[in-house]
Design a protein around this ligand. Structure first.
Ligand SMILES: *Cc1c(COP(=O)(O)O)cnc(C)c1O
Length: 474
């Protein structure tokens, strides 16, 4: 049968690719124009022709970024756990939508089981949850829930003519907050960015002042986000004072733990970074970041009953698709979601959860934190490198130290690009207090101390190369 042969051929490619993933360069870099020419996207080849089709696949793989490679430090995710990859393959061949029990019976029960497990772990008693497409959308859904919860009339009447609503976030909060303010009709002026203290956390006196001013001017602060691990610096907003302020202002307290929420699994780290999380109103965590589940895998939890989430999300006539379970129980997860079709993200997560367990994930996160400590020590020990700011948690913001006559920012950008294009390593960048930093993140199970040593060595060699080229110039 043709189909069997195709699967065999596919599996051979999969085995070869995954076998070579940690070898050679992490990418065979070509600039967009050259890559476009190499690919020949306009070619007609492939129509009804499996051989030709597989050459497209070969092209794809040849220029893919090997995200499991130990020189890949670029983003908050790297590679994917093998159990979750198994789940992804099964998800692809069974191709269904997770919105109803009818079309996705096992997925629905797995998702419910996982959400219950996570709600128990976080401590949201009688809570509800949803797997969304990622923390960007989870943040928006949380903001929407806060808006509809505190101003239920908005669902019907919209924001027109109502009291002005304000959301408050850490100035270093993720940009998805700005997008959510746009999509939900608040507008950027109603997203108040609170300046940070020396540790990159919301400055509490500044926050208090802003809250008081907002209320005095007739506004309603309805939504406050504590970021648990800011994107560039890795700072955790302190929950204790925010909970105290909630007593006074009655806003919704959302915790954006997309990145740093992974500390949840380790009792020790949870106590250190996220005490009192159980009192928050909602919490998002990306399983596809530090925990290594295949992209995308998010969980958004509410400290509210499922009926609340249903009231927030449901609108229009859904009767053609959703069926009520017995005793009014929510049977179809689509009723709690903003999507109609929903990708099955539960199977990969379930397999990871069963394979590693909470203890395995806790160990992983603790190990990453120890490696971050090691990386920071290495930066401090090497005269060519410097920390841009001290490390708060999992993010290492550093740079190559340039002589006084050479501005640090363009130099470090050039250094980073040189490393990327030569296939040496890929590291992210970001601004901290207006200064460009190389942002090193360790979220790859193939990275240990030797790989970090090699990485720093490569940064230093590339920096020296660039300095030498400059002094060659007349
Ligand atoms: C990554 C990140 C997001 C966005 O998450 P996606 O799943 O990529 O949409 C939001 N907030 C923080 C703090 C993040 O680190």
């Amino acid at each position: 049968m043709e189909q069997d042969k195709i699967f065999e051929r596919l599996m051979q490619l999969v085995i070869r690719y995954s076998h070579d993933q940690g070898q050679g360069k992490f990418v065979d870099y070509l600039d967009p124009k050259t890559l476009g020419q190499r690919l020949g996207l306009e070619d007609e080849r492939g129509r009804g022709d499996w051989d030709a089709l597989f050459t497209w696949v070969e092209h794809y793989l040849a220029h893919a970024v090997k995200t499991s490679h130990p020189a890949y430090f670029n983003r908050m995710w790297a590679g994917a756990n093998l159990p979750s990859v198994v789940g992804e393959v099964i998800t692809a061949i069974t191709n269904t939508s997770a919105c109803t029990f009818e079309t996705a019976p096992v997925s629905t029960l797995m998702e419910k089981y996982l959400l219950r497990t996570m709600l128990d772990l976080v401590g949201f008693k009688g809570g509800s949850g949803q797997m969304t497409t990622g923390s960007s959308n989870a943040n928006m859904l949380a903001m929407m829930a806060a808006r509809n919860g505190l101003a239920p009339e908005v669902k019907q009447r919209g924001l027109f003519g109502g009291q002005e609503l304000f959301a408050l976030v850490n100035a270093d909060a993720h940009y998805s907050m700005d997008r959510a303010a746009n999509i939900l009709g608040l507008g950027a002026d109603h997203l108040l960015k609170i300046p940070v203290d020396d540790h990159g956390r919301m400055h509490i006196p500044a926050l208090e002042k802003r809250l008081a001013e907002t209320v005095a001017a007739g506004g309603r602060p309805f939504f406050l986000v504590a970021t648990a691990g800011t994107t560039v610096r890795g700072s955790y907003d302190p929950l204790e004072p925010l909970l105290a302020l909630r007593e006074r202002y009655h806003f919704w307290l959302h915790v954006d733990g997309a990145w740093g929420g992974a500390v949840l699994f380790s009792d020790r780290l949870r106590h250190q970074f996220l005490p009192r999380l159980a009192q928050a109103d909602s919490f998002t965590l990306d399983f596809h970041k530090m925990l290594g589940t295949a992209l995308m895998c998010n969980v958004l939890l509410f400290n509210r009953a499922p009926s609340f989430l249903r009231e927030v999300c449901s609108a229009g006539d859904e009767s053609y698709i959703f069926r009520q379970g017995e005793d009014g129980e929510i049977r179809d997860l689509g009723t709690l979601s903003l999507q109609c079709g929903r990708r099955v993200d539960s199977l990969k997560w379930f397999l990871d959860w069963k394979f590693y367990g909470q203890a395995g994930l806790a160990e992983r996160v603790e190990h990453y934190l120890a490696l971050c400590q090691y990386a920071e020590d290495q930066v401090r020990r090497r005269p060519e490198l410097e920390m841009v700011v001290p490390r708060e948690s999992f993010n290492i913001c550093f740079r190559f130290r340039t002589p006084e006559s050479i501005p640090a920012e363009p130099f470090n950008k050039a250094l980073r690009d040189r490393m990327h294009h030569a296939g040496r390593a890929l590291v992210g960048t970001g601004y901290v207090s207006g200064q460009l930093a190389l942002r090193l993140l360790i979220t790859n199970i193939n990275v240990g101390e030797p790989e970090l040593d090699r990485f720093f060595q490569s940064v230093i060699e590339t920096g020296r190369e660039l300095l030498a080229e400059r002094s060659d110039q007349p």
